[in-house]
Design a protein around this ligand. Structure first.
Ligand SMILES: Cc1ncc(COP(=O)(O)O)c(C=O)c1O
Length: 491
């Protein structure tokens, strides 16, 4: 019924902006025409009927109809009534429709990809999780290396790269991974990509078919979820416990083609995957002939506890693809990451990567290779580890007075964030918003949950803010937290 449609639209408009009533009716009718809810040549109810149905004055209705007639949306035929014009050209109609309803341009997948945890939401302030301190990056040195490689660059360095990346960089990454992550590998297995997102998309595109299932951790890294959505996979959340992803018998009824995990430091809970769980995941992967995607995004920063070998290092069946990134140790805008793919897949991955992504940036890769070979990467890592360890310590000390049965820290042994688990009666989203009003960014744990409803907490980053700010704002954070915890009914 037209009047219901118009009244709904009017109340929506009213919520957005206070317009005069005749303007609201004009806008509601215009949108109904542009959205195709009123077809060309369709007859409108008489103004008297509209007055009655909409409970508006005659002046209001007539003013709206006149305006639409003047603008050519409506035509009035004496004696027979008012009709939607046939002259709103279809193409104009479509472009106006798209402009006024951008979401209508999007596919179902597009809508899913553009909602929840969009990058634009990720404001960088003290405690923003997932962000390193890129102000520490040695810019002058980097500029010198870049200049040098630009001066030396010969034409083929300006071309796309079909070999999986600049060979000396792949060698440097291979050396690093063999020593520090116990990944047994051959240089040919390394592929340089422009970020973990690209690595994940490639794995998904090449190893799974549209509609295949990916098991991913619940709660999960939103970026991975989006990469799998973008490539048409069926996302099957698997609950995480304090030993990492914990597949249950009922999960087996949705067999995976891919299993995405962050074993060194589960994102976001920080759980370290136990050895028993690692073997379980590898054996499940074998059983289902699935591929494991090991995202080792922040393994460079381990502060306490024994060093843990990678899942790829335990894999004897060649079912693990290992993903790493330079985003955390250097800076995210560098857009350089790498993956180690099983030997038998390496050529296919390079060919597809070349055709899909046209990889390049060889002079930048050359500068990075030299940066690593000259020991600058190791030095940057040493400095960063030291500095993050202090920040972490300072944040832990600030939060200490708030800890108790209703607030516990997990996942502080590694990485650039920790997880403050809170009891079920804390509204973590409201708490994160309240903290946001103080100019600090923490993320509610429940926002990372895909299916489960039972997790409350805050994800707090200590990478971005310098030590002095961690000290200062850590106290503010703790005070707010304490107020919220004190206000809870006794549990
Ligand atoms: C779990 C996880 N993986 C990977 C990355 C890094 O991704 P990229 O290489 O695209 O910067 C992040 C960054 O925050 C992350 O949190």
């Amino acid at each position: 019924m037209l009047s219901e449609l118009l009244l709904t639209e009017i109340s929506r408009l009213n919520a957005q902006a206070k317009l005069p009533l005749h303007r609201q009716l004009y806008e509601a009718l215009r949108r109904a025409i542009l959205d195709g809810k009123l077809e060309p040549q369709e007859r409108l109810p008489s103004s008297r009927d509209l007055v009655q149905d909409l409970q508006m004055s005659r002046n209001t209705v007539v003013a709206a109809l006149n305006q639409l007639t003047v603008e050519g949306y409506l035509v009035s035929r004496v004696g027979s009534g008012t009709f939607v014009s046939t002259k709103v050209p279809q193409r104009a109609l479509q472009s106006i429709r798209l402009a006024s309803h951008p979401a209508q341009q999007l596919s179902v997948r597009g809508r899913a990809l553009s909602t929840r945890f969009c990058a634009s939401e990720l404001e960088i302030q003290p405690f923003t999780p997932g962000i390193a301190d890129f102000s520490a990056f040695p810019v002058a040195l980097w500029q010198r290396l870049q200049n040098k490689h630009w001066r030396m660059t010969y034409p083929e360095m300006l071309d796309y790269s079909s070999s999986g990346g600049y060979a000396p960089l792949r060698r440097a990454v291979a050396d690093y991974l063999r020593v520090f992550r116990s990944v047994p590998l051959d240089v040919d297995q390394i592929i340089i990509t422009s970020g973990t997102q690209e690595s994940l998309e490639l794995c998904s595109q090449l190893l799974a078919n549209q509609g295949d299932t990916v098991w991913l951790e619940d709660p999960a890294y939103w970026g991975a979820g989006k990469a799998f959505m973008a490539t048409g996979l069926n996302l099957h959340p698997v609950r995480v416990d304090d030993q990492g992803i914990a597949p249950q018998p009922h999960d087996q009824t949705t067999p995976p083609r891919l299993i995405y995990v962050t074993p060194s430091h589960q994102y976001p809970t920080g759980a370290v995957m136990s050895l028993a769980r690692r073997h379980q995941i590898l054996s499940l992967a074998n059983q289902h002939q699935a591929w494991v995607l090991e995202d080792d995004y922040d393994s460079e920063f381990r502060f306490s506890g024994p060093p843990i070998s990678s899942l790829a290092g335990l894999d004897t069946q060649g079912r693990v693809l290992y993903l790493g990134s330079f985003s955390k140790v250097l800076y995210p805008g560098l857009k350089l990451a790498y993956m180690v793919v099983p030997k038998g897949l390496a050529d296919a991955f390079k060919r597809a990567h070349y055709d899909l992504n046209r990889p390049g940036q060889m002079p930048v890769q050359a500068a990075l290779a030299e940066f690593i070979d000259m020991g600058h990467f190791a030095a940057a890592l040493r400095r960063a580890r030291q500095s993050y360890a202090q920040r972490r310590q300072s944040l832990l000390a600030a939060l200490q007075p708030c800890l108790g049965p209703r607030a516990q820290i997990t996942g502080a042994e590694q990485g650039l964030h920790l997880c403050l688990r809170l009891s079920d009666d804390v509204d973590d989203r409201a708490l994160a918003q309240r903290i946001g009003k103080l100019g600090l960014t923490v993320r509610p744990l429940s926002a990372y949950c895909l299916q489960r409803q039972d997790m409350r907490g805050l994800i707090i980053g200590y990478g971005y803010a310098p030590l002095a700010e961690i000290k200062r704002f850590g106290a503010v954070l703790a005070q707010t937290l304490q107020q919220v915890l004190n206000a809870l009914p006794p549990g």
